[in-house]
Design a protein around this ligand. Structure first.
Ligand SMILES: Nc1ncnc2c1ncn2[C@@H]1O[C@H](COP(=O)(O)OP(=O)(O)OP(=O)(O)O)[C@@H](O)[C@H]1O
Ligand SMILES: [Zn+2]
Length: 795
């Protein structure tokens, strides 16, 4: 993935301007005397007119149809004011309804001025994006095939766009008359004193400010305004103060001495921070090896040079510990998390943009933080799926971070105990430098992992917890240790697995597990649509009673309570963690030892550092393994390794019990030996078979509609256009589908998906771009489709 150079769209701002819109003869309404309307009724068409004047035009993009760019004339009053990155109000369409768009470029136009409509007004005083961020927007728009207007909307928080927490205020500057001493001398004393205060001020003042300085009421100021001595302008000012500003007497937290390997890692990154060029580092460090300390030192090196840093973490509200570690080491940290109000978000954004903030810590969208002197980007747990946005624009923060680091010419650090194969591949092809931390801090051993084979009848108990796991929990509780139990459950897809031999029913074409559909009793391949009736017995061992049920955390909680009656238990999943702050509360209680057992979904696998966790239990390692997704093995390896890493972090050691039907599976074997290298090499061979990423690229098109037949027919049309385009471009692109995805119906809408695969991402992107341009959607069918480039979710 890191191998692509940054390709910018060629057509984003064509050198010869296109007319803003060729409009049909419109009847000009009397209250809206648009010049264009007149033009089209009486004058020759615009392309026959001669350029009569030199003027500036702006390219404007919109977040809704038509997305643009369309070109508009900058009227004299707005010359020098309209700039890229600013929002403007422009007339659109026949009726010239006023819409807001983003300016992405300004240049001299050669077209006749009358061919373009005028920009009506600017929405922002200053651009919301600098030139480098605009470059990033245009790259994202091109690569992810999302309208630039939508990308801007993702980049600039809604609270910033709407001016949340601001209000309009009138500011005064002296008018020409105020510079005439004779006229000022003729004013009453109070008014004279007010105007003199304003004349000596180097910035515009509000009436209250003038009154304070002149020690008068606002009356004289009103008089001055009436007489024309004051020029008034309205500006938006931030009224909210947000969270308490910088702590004046900030005390640095304890700074540990770096271990040898940490110091080596730090020195390499620091040297790169001192150069002005892009460089990608992959910090592969086993769980508990002290990666965070390396990030912090590297950022300190940047801050010492007056630069700033972005640290991306999977979901900051899940990892209060990480947040505190940064806050203890830097005086000016902005933590951006998903539960912030629009006003808070706006407040932080302004602080970040003004250059006050040294470090921004946040989830995926923090990659867009408008730091003026960005010097380093860090992605912690870079393999995490939450870095991919699942709505438009469907970007991956890792890839965006890479492009931003190229634009800014700064180093990028990708850290993980289980790097994604994309990242791993980049270190093997010379696109990134690998730095390894192979030892835990204080030479603590990696925890021992015991695999429990659920196919062995003697191990089973009739519930979700096997005999060995039950014993391990009892022993741990008796030693006053704490327990983490992981139940991995993704989506609603149910694979078909034999409880006796562990066999999973798979597609003969794609090697993907088939998914059981309750309605109709069929088993379907979600890549190629291969279907068979759901088998009543196991095709491998003939066992009668093959199962396709999923276990929920709620049911597990009931079982755990029954088995360990004395223990205090908390459950963490997306159902119990809805309220803001609930993670923080549960984790604090766990840290304080008020809870003995923490059970939950993958959200408990991430980054927790609790020394008293002596046991980690994985209820079913296979639920991710037999998921219809080419990344299933990788996810399983990551999950088991990460959750196993939550134990053995203190002096009391730790152990892991993993329950599985497939103990011999390479991903589970590798995870049980903490052996990333072997896993990566084996998995790479699998990916090579079908040119799956990182060896090739994948894209997905999802089609949704209320009627199954028309939706499928539309999906078929897309496939036709894709095939046509592929052949025309002579592109080597594999097109699979349409097939129903594992979740075939959501909120009453039928879904189909098309998968595309190619060795080369550029030809894949181009095939889709051109095919989609040929499509006509019939609005009465209410069919929508979305393009997902580099999808990581196959639901
Ligand atoms: N040089 C050091 N000396 C002493 N303690 C350290 C040092 N570096 C880190 N630590 C401590 O070791 C523990 C593990 O470090 P850290 O959480 O950074 O590891 P990590 O590699 O990020 O782990 P994971 O990937 O599991 O989240 C932390 O409690 C941290 O404070
Ligand atoms: Zn198949």
């Amino acid at each position: 993935m890191l191998s692509d150079s940054v390709a910018f769209p060629q057509s984003e701002f064509p050198s010869s301007l296109r007319p803003s819109e060729i409009m049909p003869a419109a009847s000009s309404s009397s209250d809206d005397p648009s010049r264009q309307a007149e033009l089209f009724e009486t004058d020759p068409p615009p392309w026959e007119l001669e350029a009569e004047e030199d003027f500036e035009a702006a390219a404007i993009v919109f977040s809704e149809n038509p997305y643009g760019p369309l070109h508009y004339k900058i009227p004299p009053a707005l010359e020098g004011i309209v700039q890229p990155g600013l929002r403007v109000r422009v007339p659109l369409g026949r009726g010239n309804r006023t819409v807001v768009g983003w300016c992405i470029g300004v240049e001299k136009s050669e077209l006749p001025a009358r061919a373009l409509k005028d920009i009506l007004a600017v929405t922002d005083e200053d651009p919301l994006c600098d030139a480098r961020l605009i470059k990033l927007v245009l790259w994202m728009s091109h690569y992810y095939q999302a309208p630039a207007g939508q990308v801007f909307d993702a980049l600039i928080p809604a609270g910033v766009r709407s001016g949340a927490g601001t209000r309009e205020q009138v500011f005064f500057t002296p008018a020409a008359m105020a510079l005439d001493d004779a006229q000022v001398d003729a004013l009453p004393v109070k008014q004279q004193s007010a105007i003199r205060q304003l004349l000596i001020s180097d910035k515009p003042l509000t009436a209250v400010q003038i009154a304070d300085l002149a020690e008068c009421t606002e009356g004289p100021i009103r008089e001055l305004r009436k007489k024309g001595f004051l020029r008034a302008e309205t500006r938006r000012v931030l009224t909210a103060s947000g969270p308490p500003p910088s702590r004046k007497n900030f005390q640095k937290g304890e700074i540990p001495d770096l271990t040898g390997p940490q110091a080596e890692a730090y020195e390499q990154i620091r040297d790169a921070v001192h150069k002005d060029q892009q460089h990608t580092f992959v910090l592969h460090g086993v769980t508990g090896s002290g990666k965070t300390e390396v990030y912090i030192r590297s950022i300190e090196a940047a801050v010492a040079q007056g630069k700033q840093a972005i640290v991306l973490v999977p979901e900051i509200s899940l990892t209060p510990q990480t947040r505190h570690r940064f806050q203890n080491r830097f005086a000016e940290v902005a933590v951006l998390h998903s539960q912030m109000s629009a006003v808070e978000r706006h407040y932080h954004w302004q602080r970040i943009r003004s250059g006050q903030v040294q470090v921004v810590v946040g989830a995926r969208s923090a990659i867009f933080a408008p730091l003026p002197r960005l010097g380093l980007i860090v992605l912690d747990e870079e393999h995490d799926g939450s870095f991919k946005q699942d709505k438009a624009p469907r970007y991956h923060a890792r890839r965006v971070a890479y492009v931003r680091s190229q634009i800014e010419k700064i180093p990028l650090v990708l850290g993980s105990a289980t790097p994604s194969l994309e990242t791993w591949h980049a270190t093997n092809t010379g696109h990134a430098t690998l730095i390894q931390l192979n030892q835990r801090i204080a030479d603590r051993p990696m925890p021992h992992v015991q695999l429990v084979d659920l196919r062995t009848p003697g191990e089973r108990t009739g519930g979700a917890i096997s005999r060995p796991l039950q014993n391990a929990v009892k022993e741990t509780l008796a030693e006053n240790g704490q327990v983490i139990l992981l139940l991995n459950r993704r989506g609603f897809a149910t694979t078909i697995q034999c409880p006796s031999c562990g066999h999973v029913v798979a597609c003969p074409e794609c090697d993907m597990p088939l998914t059981h559909h309750r309605d109709g009793g069929k088993a379907v391949c979600h890549y190629c649509d291969y279907q068979i009736p759901t088998p009543p017995w196991c095709p491998a061992c003939r066992f009668d009673g093959i199962r396709y049920s999923g276990l929920g955390t709620q049911k597990l909680e009931v079982e755990v309570k029954a088995r360990f009656p004395g223990a205090k238990i908390a459950r963490m999943d997306s159902d119990t963690m809805r309220r803001p702050g609930s993670h923080e509360r549960v984790l604090a209680a766990f840290r304080e030892g008020e809870l003995q057992i923490l059970l939950g979904t993958q959200m408990i696998a991430k980054g927790l550092d609790f020394p008293n966790v002596l046991l980690v239990g994985v209820i079913n390692a296979d639920s991710a393994l037999h998921f219809p997704d080419f990344r299933a093995s990788e996810r399983t390896f990551q999950l088991v390794t990460q959750v196993a890493g939550r134990t053995g972090r203190g002096d009391r050691g730790g152990r892991v019990v993993v329950q599985t039907f497939s103990p011999e599976h390479p991903a589970i074997q590798a995870a049980s030996h903490h052996d990333y290298q072997t896993f990566a090499e084996t998995e790479m061979l699998q990916r090579r078979k079908y040119d799956y990423p990182p060896l090739g690229s994948v894209a997905r098109i999802i089609i949704r509609g209320p009627v199954e037949e028309t939706t499928e027919a539309f999906a078929d049309t897309i496939v036709e256009k894709l095939e046509l385009t592929r052949d025309k471009l002579a592109a080597e692109v594999r097109i699979l589908g349409p097939a129903p995805p594992p979740v075939a119906k959501i909120r009453g809408k039928y879904r189909f998906h098309i998968l595309l695969q190619a060795k080369d991402s550029t030809s894949l992107g181009e095939t889709i771009r051109r095919a989609v341009a040929m499509l006509k959607t019939n609005s009465k069918d209410e069919i929508q489709f979305v393009i997902d480039i580099d999808p990581i979710d196959m639901l």
